[in-house]
Design a protein around this ligand. Sequence first.
Ligand SMILES: [Zn+2]
Length: 404
Amino acid sequence: MLQLSKFPVKTLKSAPKVSDNKSTSYLLQAWFIRQEMAWAYNYLPYWLRVLKKIENIVREEMNAIWASEVLMCSLSNKESWLKTKRWDTVDVLFKLEWSGNKEYWLNPTHEEVVTPLMQEFIQSYKDLDNMSVYQFQTKFRNEARAKSWLLRWREFLMKDLYSFHRNQDDLDRYFEIVKKAYINVFNRLWIWKDTLYTFASGWAFSKYSYEFQTKLSIWEDNIYVCSSCWQAHNDEIIGEKFECVNCKKDKYEIIKTSEVGNIFKLWTKFSDAFWLKYDDANWVSNGVVMWCYGIWISRLMWVIAEYFMDDKWLVWPENIAPASHYIIVIWDNLEKAKILAKQIEQKWWEIIIDDREKIGFWQKAWDSDLIGIPNRIVISDKTMESNSYELKSRISSEIKIIKF
Ligand SMILES: [Zn+2]
């Protein structure tokens, strides 16, 4: 149970004006985040509670497909990046210089770390039975294009999963498993019905990559959706004329979205660079086939904030809200109220009790709405006359009187 008298939050009377989006204003106003500098934010307790719940949903779905969680270094090893020839070609790096002219950078992605790491384990085809590892890691990208409000952050949290396979058939099977896990994640976060599985550019690795793009009123990408079969395409892969990759027809509509996840085929690009090979059943040496699968965790949170907010406040789904219930006490016997709040907590899910002194009922009720807590409970002199409390739903505004 969270007691607000012991919690470092201080909501603002009005929403600060920021660039071009309302959810960031609300998040600043409701004391979820504080900006440190351009494109870098400090996470405050409410934000962290939501973030950890999203992270946990992703973790459960990754564990369910037998992926193993690791945490790799943020600092890079220059030799590894020289091996893949990306030290001088990737342009979004934060480079650091240390004594003795040693150079490092902060990893923007982890193929150069995970490939030699897994090389210590993988030798035989028996080591490649849907083998995958994943992590939640802060990534750094020195984005020149740091203009868009949530896509181009310089510091952000990402879930990246890397899978290792004997051949393409193995990989294709595993791909479907991961895709289903991603759909589970977006379903559990209530955005799957407005999220498009999208063909995008494969960049240096292959013809296509795959993205999960969520429809938003404020957007970063234009997605071309085929009018015949509803296949979505990122505008990166649209040439002079639209042709659906699936049914080859040419009619489309444009939908505005933000990217929340992606899947890249890496093939043997990295395993070749590091000589990551395995022996098959006939003792023939083969290159390991690799894929990587990302979910932009901190951006996903912004997308969810933007997707669910109404015209006045934040609105969080109950399973990821900072708490499911917000209790306001208008009763002299605060200590007794806390005991009753514990009882409610056993019955419900997760409680914030607003026990701040010198703050009136309306301010507390307003805070509860602003923060986006789905249910509000009032314990007052009046409700205690009948040994009960008042429960109000944020969505339906319905009020119920419930006995202790
Ligand atoms: Zn089509």
